[in-house]
Structures are given as C-alpha cells and as structure tokens.
Design a protein around this ligand. Sequence first.
Ligand SMILES: [Cu+2]
Length: 313
Amino acid sequence: MNTASRLGLYSAGLLAIFGISFALAKPLVPADVVARWTASDDRHTGHDAPAPIAATDLMGLSTAAGGYVLSPVSAPTTIATAGTLSFRIDDASHKPLTSYATAHDKQLHLIVVRSDGSGYRHVHPRLDAATGTWSIPWTWPAAGTYRVFADFTPSSAATSVTLSRTVDVVGELRPQAPAGPITTSTVDGYTATLSGTLNAGTSSDLRVTITHDGAAVTALEPYLGAFGHLVALRQGDLAYLHVHAMGGEPKPDDRSGPTIDFMASVPSVGRYLLYLDFQVDGAVRTATFVLDAGTTSTPPTATAPDHDTHGGH
Ligand SMILES: [Cu+2]
C-alpha cells in the first residue's frame, strides 16, 4: 500500500475515533474547539496544526461509554492465587452484550497493567455467549492497583469501545515506575529497539527494530492482523491511546522484519508507556518502552545551548 492510501486509512480511523470522542467530550469541550478539531485536515503535514488528538484524552478512562458499561471485574484478591478473571459488558438496555464484531482477529482484547505501568498483559478471554460473561484463568504476580481495559467492537457498532476499571490486589506494594525514557527492551534473547520521537498533538512515526543475538530478525509472523501490536498508555492516568501499524494486513504465511513501523498520536506532553507484542516461531513476546512526548517546538531530547547557565556558573 502506498503512503497516500495508508494515510487515507489512518485519517478514516482518526475520524471514527473522533466520532466517539465527541459524544463523550461534548459537556467538557467548548463547541468551537470541537469545530476546530473537525475542520483540521492538515494534521499529517502541518507541524503547527492544532491538536486534533486532544479528543482522545478520554480513551479507556471510564467504566461506561456510548451506552456500554463494563461490569465489576471478578478476580482473585490476593497474589499467587490461581483463579478466574471475569466480567461482562452491558448494553444501553442494561442487558449483557453477547454479539461482538471481530477486530484485529479477536472479539475482545483485554489489557491489564498495574498503576505504575508494570505487569502488562494483553490477553483474549473466552466469551460465554449464553450469559455474555468473558473469562480467563488468572493469577496476580504482584500486589497493587491494576487497570483492566476491555477493547471491543459491538456487532451493531461501527467503531471500537475501550472501557476500563481498577482492581485492587492485596499485598506488599513495591512501585516500579520507570525513572527515564527506555528505548531498548530485551526479552528471551530478542532485543527490540525503538526510534522516533513523540510530539503532543501530532502523529509521530515510530520504528521498532528486532534483533536476536545481534542478527536482524526477518521472520516476524503476523499477530492480530499485523506484524506487531503496540499499545501506548499515558503515565499518570493510563489513558489508552490508539497506535496504528503501518501497512496492510499480512497473510498468515507472510513474514517481515527486522523493522515494524507505527504511527502514534499522543494528546499531551508527558511520559508514555509503550508495549509491543510481536511473534516469532509461534511465540508472542512483549517489549516495553518509555518515551517522553514534547512539542514540535521543544522536542524532549533537545539540549538547549544555554544548558549550563542554569547551573549557577
Ligand atoms: Cu488483543
């Protein structure tokens, strides 16, 4: 797919997201601001364009949106206890939602992460179509407050919905919030290196390169309809951001690597936690990154010429 049509698809996706977000944001955002977001059509080329992505501030931060409600989450309450995590989605008529559309190969994507960004898991629970209950075997590895995100598309809706809830797990808490940006992540001998910068209010190109023992990995396998699945969360509130993999959907036998390209949009300056699921030899692994988003005028990595004048020389 050429760049123009990729961007076209991306724009369509953004507009769909805005469709939901406007409904949520209306009471909070002045109408003229909404109009400016809607009118903005130069977000991919104009570096000084207004921040249309601000509307996604609210993604995944609510138990209810668009008439859909995430039920309380049932799960073990203590660490190292094997059990089941389960929940339900209710629709606008207060009945369990039992009919879902497939998106990225699954009817529902469950993301679970602790409040400090640790313990990330992206899994796919099983639906009991008779009751609308989703469930998956579950054990908590560490104590703390976790956010549980359900990302799904009702069969009667055109766009996905992301709802979340917090779950408390009893035990001694040892916070592990990252102290700085992290652009290299090694798991099972696979090293993922992230390049690119995040800028608030514009779409940012990100590239991940995968190596194994120093050699480029060229046998990346499709996973969830792409060669990599990237989730970005804003540190502090864990707002859930859409990240789009570049390129069309691969066929099952297609292979790729060592690079995976993404387009990410963040609504504000600050620190973001990124989680990349990728598949090699049938095994899915998760690489974790931390990036600080600046603005296009003051990139977070820039060093000011007068850097030392603040040191009291
Ligand atoms: Cu998923």
